[in-house]
Design a protein around this ligand. Sequence first.
Ligand code: ASP
Ligand code: MG
Length: 413
Amino acid sequence: MSLIVQKYGGTSVGTPERIRNVASRILETREAGHRVVAVVSAMAGVTDNLLKLAAEVTGDGRPTEREMDVLLSTGEQTTIALTAMALNSMGASAISLTGAQAGIETDGVHTKARISNITPSEVHRMLDEGHIVILAGFQGRTPEGRITTLGRGGSDLTAIAMAAAVDADLCQIYTDVDGVYTCDPRVVPDAKKIEEISYDEMLEMASSGSKVMQSRAVEFAKKFGVRFEVRSSLNRNPGTLVCEENMSMESVVIRGVSLEKKQAKVTIEGVRDEPGVAGRIFGAVSDANLIVDMIVQNVSKTGITDISFTVNEADLGKAKEVLAPVLAELGPDASIEAESGIAKLSVVGIGMRSHSGVAAQMFAALADAGINIQMISTSEIKITVTVSEAQIDEAARVMHKAFGLSGEVAVAS
Ligand code: ASP
Ligand code: MG
């Protein structure tokens, strides 16, 4: 008898019918002779709604963090009860457990707590008694007993971490898409489902826009070697297996293309090329909790250089605001230029490590399509460029074709 951890996301449990659908799938797994722990999210829209309510009752939009987690955890608590009830009405024996009851202990950083320890004795006891365990995602408790939540999308983390803690034979992440795709199918209609992807590729895809799963959950899976499948709760199609890399994975140069729209570029011109300058710029930006990416600094010839970086378009105003007071310290003629309406395009693949010429092929294909590259950055398994947002969809299709992801390889002339 194997032990299977399943996770069903908010859309999969979004309505009473869908909860019944999930319940019957869980029951099917149980009737096939397996022991099941099913992690569920809040019903679609519920967490957002709770956040809205909190903002409304506080006026200043700054609810106390402790109460925020008491509030947010109710979304998942609703779903576990409903799912267990649905199963019991089908003749199964299911019991619900909150994160705290299941022994998920976290640090005290409310709304984005980290799991510090899992003592799954209650989970084991319930399984041993023959129950199906329905576990609330996204939540835990501090050693002092305060309720915490694990950050948006945190039910993924609950599932992966519980799979590691109970040493599950299989971990399945059920969502509303069939798996991880070579590119967003809304942009590239012939994008294909990826059968197998490495943790690192999955993380790079996520960091450049392809959000199928919470990145922290994937990092956790990598650290503890939890293999998992991403698949749809709405059909029977096989999904994508996420696992450690293997030899055969390297034969594919590019696993996928991802894109991220609504980006902005900030350039600070006329900054002195001396120690501490970058520290001051990014110190100011990080003090404001803004996330920056694609930092580029030019080589200076005259002791003066410029530094560019990207931020989410929504953070642009704030970035300009926090940088204005430090400008004078950066150089006598330092100035800021900001541009919105840009997008990031990335190609990702561990095969890049053993194949040369990927960058050249990428840039040539974009040039052939008349698409101008503004900034470039690379990691060992990813190349990212920024282009005008107006051209990003076209750029993604060009990349997808150039690297043969649609099954059609463009031959370089
Ligand atoms: N309900 C939480 C959220 O919406 C956690 C989750 O769905 O994974 O972020
Ligand atoms: Mg979710």
